[in-house]
Design a protein. Structure first.
Length: 469
């Protein structure tokens, strides 16, 4: 009876015969692409959302961070769910949830509704990332074949970053900002059909119960800190709600660290992963990389349209010097890391990102040199991203025990998304506290640049050139 009931609850997995279809890899990568696209496609639609829903900078920060907060906090738990219930099953759950929530988000008529849906979307997105990788690694049994498949899947990061601002600008100008959410519906449907037809089920691993204390404390800490940073400038840093949020974030962080130490290998983030300095360096560098990247996308999207008067499409085109290198340079970076290790490429990447941000800072007012500084600065930033991020993945993989490699990858992604949330919140504070958008943008670029130079220091001293074995 239980077998019959189980078959009614989920689509049957096909028998695995021969070499996996390329179509399957496309379907799984499409789900991953959709999750990453949602992080960048919204950026150029922010002014249109602000005008339509009548929300200010604080509200826009919540539109962006609502997604990244839950995505970051739930990634590791999503990996455990994938192990426990099967990657194929969890991936299909995530696709259905992501498609439905995206469609509903497109109809949002108030800030509160949109933020609630963005929080839910982040949770659905978290289900898709580890489960898609689990299905790929299960379907490709030959080591060389699996390595190629995972490499192609990972390359989606650059494609999504390159496509996001351009597609978002095009849709916003031609259809309206709601289309940046509606686009996820057909993408999820196509991925679902391919996965149902072609994906084999993955083995289920019983790793004990979920780390509930660690999970809840992580969500509370990140959410409370984001609330304090976003709402502090408007409500006042000394007001009760903001002070309470800061205290709650600190208490939740202490609870998280204590819970993880007590849980050992059953923890969401096992403490023995931090025995190697390289893992801590990769996490810290990953956080700072996305602090700069997401903060810069948020800041410049508003600057291009509010200070320079660009349309949404023109703003998307303005980001091409940043996004295009991320579409092709990671292939070169991967070969470079294989030869010399991750330390050099990661450090070079952070230096380029920091230089790219700082170069633009003096040219936020009207100036004949401003367009050229933007192009050169964003180009340097884009090459920096495409050097740093693949190198950090290799640095992480070479610094954790083999049996914790999956958790390590999830931890690095979580750290990056935490950095993204903090970048939008902190640089958003600088915009709120400035008299003009141009002045706030200049301050934000300086802070982002200095933060990325700190990332270069951490990567250069913490990553010892070790590569994944």
């Amino acid at each position: 009876m239980s077998t019959q009931a189980e078959s009614q609850r989920a689509p049957l997995a096909p028998e695995r015969t021969g070499r996996p279809s390329r179509t399957l890899l496309i379907g799984l990568s499409l789900g991953y692409f959709m999750v990453l696209l949602d992080m960048t496609i919204v950026s150029v639609a922010l002014p249109a959302i602000s005008a339509d829903l009548r929300i200010g900078s604080t509200g826009l920060q919540w539109v962006v961070n609502g997604y990244t907060i839950t995505f970051a906090a739930l990634l590791l738990t999503a990996g455990r769910l994938s192990d426990r219930y099967g990657g194929r099953r969890v991936f299909l759950w995530g696709l259905v949830a992501f498609g439905l929530l995206s469609g509903v988000t497109a109809a949002a008529s108030s800030l509160g509704v949109m933020v609630a849906l963005r929080l839910a979307l982040g949770g659905a997105g978290a289900l898709l990332l580890p489960s898609s990788l689990a299905v790929i690694t299960n379907a490709h049994t030959e080591a060389a074949d699996r390595a190629r498949a995972v490499g192609n899947w990972a390359a989606i990061t650059g494609a999504a970053l390159a496509a996001g601002p351009l597609v978002g600008g095009l849709l916003t100008d031609t259809v309206g900002w709601r289309a940046v959410f509606l686009i996820n519906v057909p993408l999820a449907a196509v991925s679902y059909v391919i996965t149902v037809r072609l994906a084999p089920e993955t083995a289920r691993k019983q790793r004990g119960g979920l780390d509930v204390t660690g999970q809840l404390s992580a969500v509370i800490a990140l959410g409370a800190l984001s609330y304090a940073l976003i709402e502090g400038p408007g409500k006042g840093w000394g007001t009760g709600p903001v002070l309470l949020a800061l205290v709650l974030a600190a208490v939740a962080a202490v609870v998280f660290v204590t819970a993880e130490k007590r849980a050992g290998d059953a923890a969401m983030l096992p403490p023995r992963m931090f025995r190697g300095r390289g893992f801590s360096a990769a996490l810290g560098s990953g956080l700072l990389a996305n602090f700069g990247l997401s903060g810069l996308l948020f800041t410049l999207s508003l600057y291009f349209q509010e200070s320079r008067g660009y349309s949404s499409l023109a703003a998307g085109l303005a980001f091409l010097p940043l996004t295009l290198p991320t579409a092709f340079n990671p292939l070169f970076t991967g070969r470079l890391v294989g030869r010399i290790g991750p330390c050099g490429p990661a450090t070079t990447g952070f230096l380029l990102m920091g230089f790219g941000a700082l170069l633009q800072a003096p040219f936020t007012e009207d100036s004949a040199l401003a367009p050229g500084a933007t192009v050169v600065g964003l180009l340097a930033f884009g090459f920096g991203v495409s050097f740093a991020l693949p190198a950090l993945v290799a640095g992480m993989a070479g610094s954790v025990p083999a049996d914790l490699a999956g958790i390590g990858a999830g931890a690095l992604n979580s750290a990056r998304q935490v950095g993204a949330s903090l970048g939008v919140a902190v640089l958003g504070v600088l915009l709120d506290l400035s008299s003009t958008n141009a002045d706030g943008t200049r301050r934000a670029l300086v802070v982002a640049g200095l933060t990325l130079l700190l990332g270069a220091l951490i990567a250069g001293t913490g990553l010892k050139g070790r590569t994944a074995s």
